[in-house]
Design a protein around this ligand. Structure first.
Ligand SMILES: NC(=O)c1ccc[n+]([C@@H]2O[C@H](COP(=O)([O-])OP(=O)(O)OC[C@H]3O[C@@H](n4cnc5c(N)ncnc54)[C@H](OP(=O)(O)O)[C@@H]3O)[C@@H](O)[C@H]2O)c1
Length: 248
C-alpha cells in the first residue's frame, strides 16, 4: 500500500493503459480522481476499484479542464499528491494525407492539456512534494514514418517533461514513461484501415526484441513507481521506455 492516502489524478482512465494505472494505483492505496470524455467507462472503473474514486467527465482539450479536475480532487480528497497525464490522441497517416486539424488536436491533447493540468495542480503538488508522470511514447524518440505528427507531439511532451523537471525541482518531480506497443482501443481509433493496422502491428512486433506487445499493467507498475517518493524520490526529468526493448 505504498500510495496509501495519496490523492492522484489520472486522465484517460476509462480504457487501456489509463485504466491499468488507476487499477494498480488503487491496489496501492491511492484515492483517485479519474477523467475522460465518456462517463460510463469511468463509472464502471470506479465500481470495480476498492478505493474512493471521483469521476470527472471532461475533455482535457477544454480550456477549463485542468481547473475542473483539480477542483474535483480538492472537493473530494482535500489535496493532490500526483498527476498522471495519460489521456492521448493518435492519428496515424502520411503527412500528405493528413489533416491539419488532426495535427492541432494531437498537440492540444498530448502537449497543451498536460501542461495546463500541471499548472493548475502546482500549488498542491508543491505543498505535498508531489509528482507528475506523463504517458508519452517511444514515438517521441524514434523516427516515425507515417506517424510523424503523433511522434512530434510525444517528442514535445518529452521536452516539456525535461524542462519542467528543472523548473519545478526540488519541490515537484516530473517524469515520462515511453511505452512501446500495448494492445488498447487506441489502435482501432488511429484512422488506419484494418489492413493498415494489421500491417503496422506485424512490423512493430518484429521490431520489438521481446517479441510481444506490452500489457497495460506493465506500464502501470512503472507509473506507480514514479509517483511513489519512497521508491523514486531522486528521479526527475527521466524519460523511461517500457517497450520490450524496442528502443534498445
Ligand atoms: N497503446 C499503445 O500502444 C501506446 C503506446 C505508446 C503510448 N501510448 C499512450 O498511452 C496513453 C493511453 O493510450 P491507450 O493506448 O491506453 O489508448 P486508449 O485506450 O484509447 O486510451 C486513451 C484514453 O484517453 C481518453 N481521452 C482521449 N482523448 C481525450 C480527451 N480529449 N479528453 C479526455 N480524455 C481523453 C479516452 O477516453 P474518452 O474517449 O472517454 O475521452 C481513453 O480512455 C496515450 O497517451 C497514448 O498516446 C499508447
Amino acid at each position: 500500500m505504498s500510495l496509501a492516502g495519496k490523492s492522484v489524478i489520472v486522465t484517460g482512465a476509462g480504457s487501456g493503459i489509463g485504466a491499468s494505472i488507476a487499477e494498480r494505483a488503487a491496489r496501492s492505496g491511492a484515492r483517485l480522481c479519474v477523467a475522460g470524455r465518456r462517463e460510463a467507462p469511468l463509472k464502471e472503473l470506479a465500481a470495480r476499484l476498492g478505493t474512493p474514486v471521483e469521476v470527472v467527465a471532461v475533455d482535457v482539450a477544454a480550456r477549463d479542464a485542468g481547473e475542473r479536475l483539480v477542483a474535483a480532487a480538492m472537493d473530494r480528497f482535500g489535496r493532490v499528491d500526483a498527476v498522471v497525464n495519460n489521456a492521448g490522441l493518435a492519428r496515424f497517416g502520411k503527412l500528405e494525407e493528413s489533416a491539419a486539424e488532426d495535427f492541432d488536436a494531437m498537440l492540444t491533447v498530448n502537449v497543451r492539456a498536460p501542461a495546463e493540468l500541471i499548472r493548475c495542480a502546482l500549488p498542491q503538488l508543491r505543498a505535498h512534494q508531489g509528482a507528475v508522470v506523463n504517458v508519452s511514447s517511444v514515438g517521441g524518440v524514434l523516427s516515425m514514418p507515417a506517424r510523424s505528427a503523433y511522434g512530434a507531439s510525444k517528442a514535445a511532451l518529452n521536452s516539456l517533461t525535461r524542462s519542467l523537471a528543472r523548473e519545478l525541482a526540488p519541490d515537484v518531480r516530473i517524469n515520462a514513461v515511453l511505452p512501446g506497443p500495448v494492445d488498447t482501443p487506441l489502435w482501432h481509433e488511429a484512422g488506419l484501415t484494418e489492413n493498415e493496422t494489421d500491417a503496422l502491428r506485424t512490423s512493430l512486433l518484429s521490431a520489438t526484441p521481446m517479441g510481444r506487445f506490452g500489457d497495460g499493467d506493465e506500464v502501470a507498475r512503472l507509473v506507480c513507481f514514479l509517483i511513489d517518493p519512497e521508491q523514486s524520490g531522486w528521479i526527475t526529468g527521466a524519460l523511461m521506455p517500457v517497450d520490450g526493448g524496442r528502443t534498445a
